[in-house]
Design a protein around this ligand. Structure first.
Ligand code: PCO
Length: 182
C-alpha cells in the first residue's frame, strides 16, 4: 500500500485534482490518498465530491489545545510515503524556496525529510508570472534540495492567454508519482 499525500494550492489548475485522484487510484491500485488544501485552493474544487480524506489549516488548529495533542503537519509527514504538491502556485513556490511555513501545505514541506521520501512539485501559473525572474531562482532552490519537478506546459490558460505555465498533463504527473513511490 502506497500512501500518497497530495497537496493543492491557489492555482486554477486545482480544478484538475479530481482527475489526478482518479488516475492515481487507477494506476497504483493499492494506494491510500490524503489531500491537503490551502484556503485559496478551496475556490477551485468542490471538496464534498472527493472520496479521500481532506485536511486544511483549521484542522491543524482545531485539533490542538494542549501539550501532547497531535501536531497535524508532523503526523501527515510521518504517515506519507510521498508528498506531491500539484498544482504549486507562484505564491507557494516563493514560500517554499524561502523556507516560509505559514499553512498546513508549507509546514508539511518544511518538516519533510527529502533524503528519506520524495517530494514532487508541479508548478502552474500564468505565463507572465512564470516568466518573472523569481520563478527560475525559486525552482533552482527546490531542485538543489532534490525536490522533483514535473514542469508546466504550453497551453491555452484559464485567463485566455496562450503560453507556458499550464499544469503538466495528469498522465505525466501520475507516472512521475508511480515512478518515485515504489
Ligand atoms: C491563468 N492561470 C492559469 C494557471 C495554469 N493553467 C492551467 C490550465 C488549466 C486548464 O487546462 C486551468 C488546468 O490552463 O494549468 O491558467 C491565468 S491568470
Amino acid at each position: 500500500m502506497v500512501k500518497v499525500l497530495l497537496a493543492c494550492t491557489g492555482s486554477v489548475a486545482t480544478i484538475k485534482i479530481p482527475e489526478i485522484i482518479e488516475k492515481l487510484k487507477e494506476t497504483l491500485l493499492a494506494v491510500e490518498i490524503r489531500l491537503v488544501v490551502t484556503e485559496n485552493a478551496k475556490h477551485f474544487v468542490d471538496l464534498s465530491k472527493l472520496d479521500v480524506k481532506i485536511y486544511s489549516d483549521s484542522d491543524e488548529w482545531n485539533n490542538w489545545s494542549k501539550i501532547g495533542d497531535p501536531i497535524l503537519h508532523i503526523d501527515l509527514r510521518n504517515w506519507a510515503d510521498i508528498y506531491v504538491i500539484s498544482p504549486l502556485d507562484a505564491n507557494t513556490l516563493g514560500k517554499l524556496a524561502s523556507g516560509i511555513c505559514d499553512n498546513l501545505v508549507t509546514c508539511i514541506a518544511r518538516a519533510w525529510s527529502i533524503h528519506e521520501k520524495p517530494l514532487i512539485f508541479c508548478p502552474a501559473m500564468n505565463t507572465l508570472m512564470w516568466k518573472h525572474p523569481a520563478t527560475d531562482k525559486n525552482i533552482a532552490v527546490l531542485k538543489e534540495w532534490k525536490y522533483i519537478e514535473v514542469p508546466p506546459i504550453v497551453k491555452k490558460l484559464a485567463c485566455g492567454d496562450e503560453g507556458i505555465g499550464a499544469l503538466a498533463s495528469v498522465d505525466s504527473i501520475v507516472s512521475c508519482i508511480a515512478h518515485n513511490c515504489s
